[in-house]
Design a protein around this ligand. Structure first.
Ligand code: ADP
Ligand code: MG
Length: 382
């Protein structure tokens, strides 16, 4: 896989880098509530500018499903990024090669406004490729998607891993090439259908699987518990049952909430008994991977379960008893709120991608960077 040091050696002065970032930050009422992903993207933007390149940032926000929807505009993100970079940064809509000079940065409006992005459509990817000279992928957290801007472009342009992509791959490799058993995974959050399937693979790699947040509701309902109007995906009930059985077969202990905090009849957080259960299970493991908040942490007091477990993991990590890795846009935001990110072994910007990495899958976005080098279609710089 080529990196920015390779790019630097190829004398890219004056060329346009198409830089894929993951700027899908948590937002409430049009305000960015956690800037971690933006901050972590700055070093690569600056490094490319320092090489004398112009940078066109490609990024997505939310799920507009191939249509232009103003509520999914990257405008607030572009404004924020420009402020941190202390530079002007236009937000472009047209799929046209921009007129940018050395050191200039621009952002393309939400790439998912185009149907070809998620379809990884060749004509769309080719059009994107004409907008720049090289492709730099710094979106590790979107690398589990085989989309035009996360994978496809690597087959059309000389492709390089950005600094954050490199950092994430190195850090996760260091922890997970030989994870210290017993291993616990904690999975919560709300993206049930996209994450439920991968639990099935995850139980093969872990000794204890803790479920919380919206994810747990589907399991509770599958076991016959009345969860009222709580967040749940009914068409995933069979999958949840299947995973429960497989966990037993694989000797993976499943820990579900035993009490909960309700808001207007909906489960919004795990209760104190569940927190105690999880903490005592943590005492018996050496490695923890965590994606997904255990409750609606944005709305105190429903952040309590997440915060208490996070503080316990942080303290155990600091005492040397535990290796802890957490990831996910909202998870990182929750851990920032709990003030514990510095005390975890590693914090990844990725959620879904991080879980898939854990499953042992090669991520399409990473694979494309590896393959990109040997693909005949790729041009050389200059
Ligand atoms: P990440 O971004 O870390 O990968 P997700 O996007 O899957 O995590 O989930 C985060 C969201 O899950 C948060 O907005 C949180 O409010 C929500 N959530 C957690 N628990 C519940 C619950 N019990 N009911 C509804 N939403 C929940
Ligand atoms: Mg999220």
């Amino acid at each position: 896989m080529k990196t920015l040091s390779d790019l630097r050696n190829e004398n890219p002065m004056g060329k346009i880098a198409l830089l894929r970032l993951d700027l899908n930050v948590p937002m409430q009422d049009g305000k960015i509530t956690d800037e971690t992903r933006i901050r972590k993207s700055l070093p690569t933007i600056k490094a490319l500018c320092d090489m004398g390149m112009a940078v066109l940032i490609l990024a997505h926000f939310g799920r507009p499903e191939g249509e232009v929807k103003s509520e999914f505009s990257l405008a607030p993100v572009a404004e924020y990024t420009a402020k941190l970079l202390k530079t002007e940064m236009p937000l472009l809509s047209a799929l046209q090669r921009p007129d940018l000079s050395s050191g200039q940065v621009a952002m393309l409006e939400n790439i998912r406004f185009h149907k070809g992005e998620e379809q990884n459509a060749p004509d769309f990817t080719a059009k994107l490729a004409e907008m720049g000279d090289v492709f730099v992928n710094d979106a590790f957290s979107a690398a589990h998607r085989a989309h035009a801007s996360t994978a496809g472009l690597a087959h059309y342009l000389p492709a390089y891993a950005g600094l954050l992509m490199e950092e994430e791959l190195n850090a996760l490799h260091a922890v997970f090439a030989k994870p210290q058993p017993p291993v616990m995974a904690i999975v919560g959050g709300s993206k049930i259908s996209t994450k439920l399937d991968l639990l099935s693979n995850l139980i093969e790699k872990t000794d204890i699987l803790v479920l919380g947040g919206g994810m747990a509701n589907t399991f509770l309902k599958a076991q016959g518990q009345d969860i009222g109007p709580s967040l749940c995906e009914d068409d995933m009930l069979d999958t949840a049952r299947h995973i429960t059985i497989k966990a037993k077969d694989m000797n993976c202990t499943l820990i579900l909430p035993v009490d909960e905090q309700l808001h207007e009849g909906k489960i919004f957080d795990i209760g104190p008994k569940s927190v105690a259960n999880i903490c005592s299970a943590i005492d018996g493991v050496k490695t923890i991977i965590w994606n997904g908040p255990l409750g609606v942490f944005e709305m105190p007091p429903f952040d309590k379960g997440t915060v208490q477990v996070a503080q316990y993991v942080a303290a155990k990590t600091q005492s040397g008893a535990l290796i802890s890795v957490a990831g996910g846009g909202d998870t990182v935001s929750a851990l920032n709120k709990a003030n514990v990110t510095e005390q975890f072994t590693y914090i990844s910007t990725a959620g879904g991608a991080f879980l898939e990495y854990m499953e042992g899958k090669v991520l399409p976005g990473v694979q494309a960077l590896i393959d990109g080098e040997t693909v005949k279609k790729s041009k050389t710089v200059g």
